[in-house]
Design a protein around this ligand. Structure first.
Ligand SMILES: Nc1nc2c(c(=O)[nH]1)N[C@H]1C(S)=C(S)[C@@H](COP(=O)(O)O)O[C@H]1N2
Ligand SMILES: [Mo]
Length: 320
């Protein structure tokens, strides 16, 4: 893990300005009124990746007041191993992902199994914007405005059977579209899972966009999961299957190393990763860049009020 990353430059404009002006800037740039004087984050790639708007209403009940992470870091510094293991790989290589047509099949222990087209999924419930803190297991964090709706809305539609105790999320794995698949660092397809009550918690977001626009491919287009009280790897990208099971599903990262990555993966500053501490984190995009002071990581990433009760009586050192 390197803290001297070329993406972290002190010259960034403020996140607030990005949020408020981005769409106007895109319009101005499209109209050619900018010449060569584009803001530094306004790369050609960002323009190509996600120009399509996604109307969403801010849900103030799920909106941290912290400073937003600038768009260029949200879309330019992340993990999507299907496109390579470097943090710059997803932005560099995800353009080959075909996000339409796209279907998600919902199967397993449900009364109404179904395969839904992305357009049907987009229309299933009103689109909300939620501003969530996100904490990667590697020690960095961001604050991201996501657009989607509670996964519970979709779950209710398929009517899970009483025997359904877990939900499994399966990402696309197509070596023609995803150059990272040729590496066998992960047992593809990328798989994640939640316990039924975690999946039904209103915080768990079925996500289609960020910053009021359709998801850029590198962020898991056209549809992904976002689970803000767990380490980032639980938030599976570009999902094609949702399966309801009785047994706890095997997840890609726990198969990679069960001692390092458990099923629950709740953000917990008191439970260290075997190779590093989880007590603090570095907020990506801070003006001080690599020299930014670390901030304290919060239990359940600060979402304890909403989710701590899901784990009452559980030893979270054992169920990490
Ligand atoms: N399919 C898939 N989903 C994935 C990953 C991945 O490699 N493949 N990486 C995870 C990790 S470790 C993190 S931190 C987040 C990062 O992406 P984001 O910034 O778009 O949330 O995606 C998660 N979802
Ligand atoms: Mo991560």
């Amino acid at each position: 893990m390197s803290f001297f990353d070329p993406h972290i430059l002190p010259s960034d404009i403020t996140p607030k300005a990005v949020f408020e002006n981005r769409r106007n800037l895109i319009k101005a740039a499209a109209a050619g009124s900018f010449g060569m004087a584009l803001a530094p984050w306004f790369s050609r790639q960002a323009l190509a990746a996600s120009p399509e708007k996604l109307a969403a209403t801010l849900n103030a009940a799920y909106a941290t007041k912290e400073e937003l992470t600038p768009y260029k870091y949200v879309t330019g510094y992340n993990n999507f191993y299907e496109f390579g293991t470097d943090k710059a790989d997803p932005a560099a290589y995800a353009e080959s992902l075909q996000t339409r047509p796209w279907t998600v099949s919902i199967e397993g222990l449900v009364k109404k199994p179904m395969t839904l087209d992305i357009d049907a999924l987009l229309k299933l419930a009103p689109m909300e914007e939620r501003i969530y803190r996100m904490r990667c297991v590697e020690g960095w964090s961001m604050v991201i405005p996501w657009d989607g709706y509670s996964l519970s809305k979709l779950i209710s539609k398929v009517e899970p059977l009483g025997s359904a105790k877990f939900v499994e999320f399966i990402s696309l794995a197509d070596r023609k579209q995803m150059p990272g698949i040729k590496s066998n660092i992960i047992d593809w397809p990328y798989r994640e899972g939640l316990r039924m009550d975690e999946a039904m918690n209103p915080l768990t977001l079925l996500t289609f966009g960020l910053y009021g626009e359709v998801l850029p491919k590198q962020n898991g287009a056209p549809v992904r999961i976002v689970v803000p009280w767990k380490y980032g790897f639980k938030s599976a990208k570009s999902i094609v299957k949702i399966r309801f099971t009785e047994e706890m599903p095997k997840t890609s990262w726990s198969q990679f190393d069960a001692r390092e990555y458990g099923f629950y993966s709740n953000v917990n500053p008191q439970v260290d990763h075997p190779r590093w501490s989880q007590a603090s984190e570095r907020r990506i995009g801070d003006a001080k860049g690599a020299f930014a002071p670390k901030i304290k990581t919060q239990m359940f990433n600060g979402y304890g009020d909403q989710v701590a009760s899901l784990y009452s009586g559980m030893d979270l050192k054992k169920f990490y």
